[in-house]
Design a protein around this ligand. Structure first.
Ligand SMILES: [Zn+2]
Ligand SMILES: [Zn+2]
Length: 193
């Protein structure tokens, strides 16, 4: 697959971006040659203004709108960093990975990750959110028959960042010890993606 990632940072700050970059770097241990392209947030700001209530982002509407824009080509993975609270069906989310249409079967070329630290998570927690969403985008739990979580998309191993919610004391500890936050099976999913 094309390892190129387009990053749209609309936060005006760099702390979350730095954390995201560390998560991407750590992911590249299993998925080498990831390339990052930067885009300024202007395009994203314009999209938010079109949404009526830019301080409360409806994720599905936002992504659908983004894909109507030329800048959101289907050819690459995209990550959007925002400050605003993200909602899906009235549920506050720290991040979401979505394919262009829900029925389109998993192919990374068409996936978008949206992340926000509106809840002011610690950077350690935000790192887990980033790693979790990157894991979704890069196949950590794809095509797995051993997944027993209710939605079949999350890992069930406690220490693994692909569990939901993404962060807990175990993932935090593993990170401090320099260990991978993905369990071996999720790592394999990423390697084979
Ligand atoms: Zn998830
Ligand atoms: Zn796992």
């Amino acid at each position: 697959m094309n390892p190129k990632i387009e990053l749209f940072n609309d936060t005006g700050s760099s702390e979350e971006e730095r954390t995201l970059l560390v998560a991407i770097k750590d992911l590249s241990r299993f998925k080498p040659n990831l390339q990052l392209d930067h885009y300024e947030g202007n395009f994203i700001s314009a999209l938010k203004n079109k949404m009526g209530n830019p301080n409360n982002i409806d994720l599905d509407r936002f992504i659908n709108l983004a894909y109507t824009k030329e800048q959101f080509s289907y050819a690459t993975q995209k990550i959007v960093l925002l400050n605003e609270p993200l909602y899906q069906n009235d549920r506050l989310m720290d991040g979401l990975t979505r394919q262009r249409t829900p029925q389109f079967n998993c192919h990374s070329y068409q996936q978008t990750i949206i992340l926000s630290n509106a809840r002011n998570l610690s950077q350690d927690e935000f790192y887990a959110v980033c790693s979790h969403e990157l894991g979704h985008a890069y196949g950590a739990t794809n095509r797995r028959h051993d997944i027993t979580s209710d939605d079949k998309r999350h890992c069930t191993i406690n220490k693994c960042v692909m569990r939901y919610p993404a962060f807990n004391n175990l993932t935090s500890l593993r990170r401090k010890q320099g260990l991978s936050v993905y369990c071996p099976k999720c790592e394999d999913g990423i390697k084979n993606f």
